[in-house]
Ligand binder design. Sequence first.
Ligand code: ZN
Length: 128
Amino acid sequence: MVTKKQKETLREVLVKELSDIEERNRKSVHEMEDVMSNQRLEGDEADQSALIEQRNYALRLRDRDRKMINKLQASLRKFEDGSYGICDSCGLEISHDRLKTRPVASLCIECKLEQEQREERDKSIRRR
Ligand SMILES: [Zn+2]
């Protein structure tokens, strides 16, 4: 059973994480713009490929962050409709221990393990 107080703490963690990611993204976009504008002035080919690599890295990072942002926002929305901490799959409460280590969890540990096993099975079928 997750208490109201525990839920409130989890919500604060989610809000904090969301703002951290957004802050980090704002910074990395600025850094990239700086690199790009310097590069245009004095870039040779080697610099160009390093630049492309750097940009790809930043884009990958942002892609991962975007997914995380989506998860965080989805979790925060659940606070509004009261479904936070309820397993999407079986409808039972997710344990506080699990939410503490993974506040964006939308499945209880049993359903999560089941899902992972299913994915493993699918992967090994595809490999054959
Ligand atoms: Zn479940």
